[in-house]
Write a protein that binds this ligand. Structure first.
Ligand code: ADP
Ligand code: MG
Length: 699
């Protein structure tokens, strides 16, 4: 047995459980050992019934003296248990919904456990109903005889994510067995001398145990930190190794700023670059003309004009005879850039090819595109991740730009680009991250910020209002020549959540409110070609209203669209709302973002209020971070951070610094990780983290 062994080697896990555990992404012994509890419940104190505090969770223990069932409504039944702990008797209840058409016996498991005379532990909330104390039971354990030991009570109980068919108790016992049998196989980085001498991190064997069976919350926290240090250290090591590799690759390409393309390009723009755009273009050019490969992140709020900055870098590459690629997260965006670029560059004799799964679909077109690229006829390659496929061979690529990088994940690998090339890499994101945080996480990447919007932009006004008012404003705007987005969180109707869906609402709205207007529908499940066609017709003003899901979130640029109505606005993170809002206010006309939400909770209203007060992406990001906490804020994959299982990039800044320093020392001493003492690191590198933290490494 080793860490990567199948979980079926653990006694008690047969094929059935193994397929249930697979639903929780548990496949190997390691997955089980490191299946982090999502929280811990304090069940250390067992309260005497006479001392019970009301309206809060508590645990009690006593003898079952009576059980009975009753139906309290057509679709609600209750199973009652009277418990006596010698200080008083408590009536405890299981409430269950009943389907009147089903013969399923909802209480069968409970009935067979709760036998009068046996002892039971109960966990739940106590309250007074009709003058009587009662408990609504959330968890229980019935002891068959009084010598039995409790598994779930008198302790800090780890609470795991579950799936139907697996209970906390089952999972707990499986994990206990696994920890006992297999935790010794888990490599320990804590005893590497450099780490041992600088930290007092909990050794990993103990950390595994303390993660699942802590005596105190402090112990659980120390265990978490041990895993977190491992994650941060491995990320830093991977970043360092990538950097070393880059440094060795002094780059092949040499650029001089000839301006044969740059000047005509600039002259034909209908605007001047902003100061901020000039500044970052200078930073990028100075990277590109240096001897080391560029590795730069460009952060600029929605609408700050990153595309023309990217184009400037691309033209520098092309006027020096090289190819350049720009990679975006969606086909719609690729298509849009393709049209924008074609339009701006139309007099410059530059060949642009669009590389997406659609354009590569038919043999004839594919062969033509592939040949153009490999022969060097194509100057600019615009595309989705298809650009990174092996079959795309470049003649001489020297620059790769990744747009809307946060949608890819920070460490997206850009490796498959032709062998031997050493392209400069520029990443662009509209999701602002506190700078200090970014520096810590992105490690050695340089950062540029566009900190102003182009002039003459009228600020977008944002309101929270009712659907009717929003629709009336939309109709008025359309009659003045404007266009409107309406965004829904769902594509299709779902019976799980009562949310309005794009498909259904498009049908309804086009026959009612907007029956005199031209309504189009766009969502992520449509074929790419269809999506593109709709987007282009919307841009060409062939539709007044575009009903959509968040597929329009990134990058879409339709300057004539002036109202965006966001349905169920409470369902989105502020960063997403900000991105969505950025779809309007892209032209000269005043624009509006209308947020619709029927959730009345204070926090959700407070969050939406932030949207109405500011249009500054940095401010919104930091307020969001503050309100939701880093876990949720960063957990949304909105920000392109690597996902840490144990680590928390806001809370653990000190740990990250420690990891960074330690990684430096380790790699200085042992650049190839060939020393025996670094075996654990090498193991994690090859077997785990290279897959998790995909480093942007070009060449
Ligand atoms: P983003 O940073 O969100 O990618 P875009 O590059 O799409 O923003 O730019 C948004 C809009 O602003 C585009 O229509 C673009 O032509 C325009 N724009 C860019 N730079 C300037 C500028 N310096 N002055 C005026 N308009 C600009
Ligand atoms: Mg953009």
């Amino acid at each position: 047995m080793n860490l990567s062994s199948d979980i079926k080697y653990i006694k008690g896990i047969g094929p059935r459980r193994s397929s249930l555990l697979a639903k929780l992404e548990i496949h190997t012994i390691e997955d089980l050992l490191t299946f982090f509890p999502k929280t811990y419940q304090d069940r250390t104190k067992i309260i005497k019934i006479k001392n019970i505090l009301f309206n809060q969770h508590c645990c009690i223990f006593g003898k079952i003296i009576n059980v009975y069932e009753k139906s309290i409504a057509k679709n609600l039944s209750v199973f009652c248990v009277d418990i006596d702990d010698t200080t008083a008797v408590l009536s405890a209840k299981f409430f269950r919904k009943v389907n009147p058409y089903s013969k399923f016996d909802i209480f069968s498991g409970i009935r067979s456990s709760f036998i009068v005379g046996k002892q039971a532990y109960l966990y739940g909330i106590c309250e007074i109903k009709f003058g009587q104390r009662q408990m609504s039971i959330e968890d229980y354990e019935v002891l068959d005889n009084e010598f039995d030991k409790t598994e779930l009570f008198n302790r800090l109980l780890p609470i795991y994510d579950l799936t139907a068919g697996i209970t906390q108790k089952t999972l707990l016992s499986i994990i206990k067995k696994t920890v006992n049998e297999a935790s010794v196989f888990y490599p320990d980085i804590s005893n590497i001398d450099i780490i041992k001498s600088t930290t007092n991190i909990m050794p990993i064997q103990q950390a595994i145990r303390s993660l699942h069976f802590p005596k105190t919350l402090q112990e659980a926290e120390a265990a978490r930190q041990s895993f977190a240090l491992q994650e941060f250290l491995m990320l830093q090591i991977i970043l360092l190794m990538a950097k070393k590799k880059n440094r060795k690759n002094t780059k092949i390409q040499k650029y001089t700023i000839k301006k044969t393309l740059l000047t005509p390009f600039k002259n034909q723009l209908s605007f001047d670059f902003t100061k901020a755009q000039k500044k970052v273009i200078n930073e990028i050019f100075s990277d590109m003309t240096s001897n080391t490969v560029m590795n730069r992140m460009l952060m600029g709020d929605v609408g700050s004009g990153k595309t023309v900055v990217a184009l400037s870098a691309i033209l520098l590459a092309i006027e020096n005879g090289y190819q350049a690629a720009i990679i975006v997260p969606t086909e719609i965006l690729a298509e849009q850039h393709f049209l924008t670029f074609k339009n701006i560059l139309k007099n410059l004799n530059i060949n642009i090819d669009l590389v997406t799964s659609s354009t590569l679909k038919t043999k004839k077109q594919r062969e033509e595109i592939l040949a153009n690229i490999s022969e060097g006829k194509t100057n600019i390659i615009i595309g989705t991740h298809s650009v990174m496929e092996d079959r795309i061979k470049f003649k001489n690529i020297s620059l790769v730009i990744i747009d809307e990088q946060h949608r890819f994940g920070v460490m997206q690998k850009v490796s498959a680009l032709s062998k031997g090339a050493t392209p400069d890499v520029l990443m662009m994101t509209a999701t602002p991250i506190p700078r200090g945080l970014a520096m810590t996480i992105y490690g050695e990447m340089s950062i540029s910020v566009i900190d102003e919007l182009p002039p003459n932009r009228t600020a977008i006004e944002t309101f929270c209002l009712t659907e009717n008012v929003a629709y009336q404003s939309a109709i008025k705007e359309i009659s003045n020549g404007g266009q409107v987005y309406i965004v829904y969180p769902l594509i299709d109707e779902s019976d799980k959540v009562e949310l309005k869906s794009a498909v259904k609402e498009a049908e309804i709205l086009s026959q009612t409110v907007f029956k005199n207007n031209r309504v189009a529908l766009l969502h992520g499940k449509m074929k790419p070609k269809e999506k593109n066609e709709i987007m282009i017709s919307f841009k060409n003003k062939e539709f007044d209203v575009l009903i959509s899901t968040t597929v329009i979130e990134v990058g879409i640029d339709v300057p004539n669209a002036t109202i965006i109505i966001i349905q169920h606005a409470d369902r989105y993170g502020l960063a997403t709302l900000h991105q969505l809002r950025g779809r309007v206010g892209r032209g000269k006309k005043k624009s509006y973002c209308l947020l619709i939400s029927d959730v009345k909770s204070k926090t959700s209203q407070q969050r939406l209020k932030i949207m109405t007060k500011t249009t500054d992406g940095f401010k919104i990001a930091s307020e969001d971070l503050e309100m939701r906490g880093p876990g949720e804020f960063l957990g949304t994959k909105q920000h392109g951070f690597p996902e840490f299982k144990a680590g928390d990039i806001v809370k653990d800044i000190k740990l990250i610094e420690l990891a960074k320093n330690t990684a430096n020392k380790i790699i200085d001493e042992d650049p190839k990780l060939s020393l025996e003492k670094n075996l654990a690191i090498k193991y994690f590198l090859n077997n785990k983290y290279l897959n998790i933290f995909k480093v942007v490494q070009v060449g």
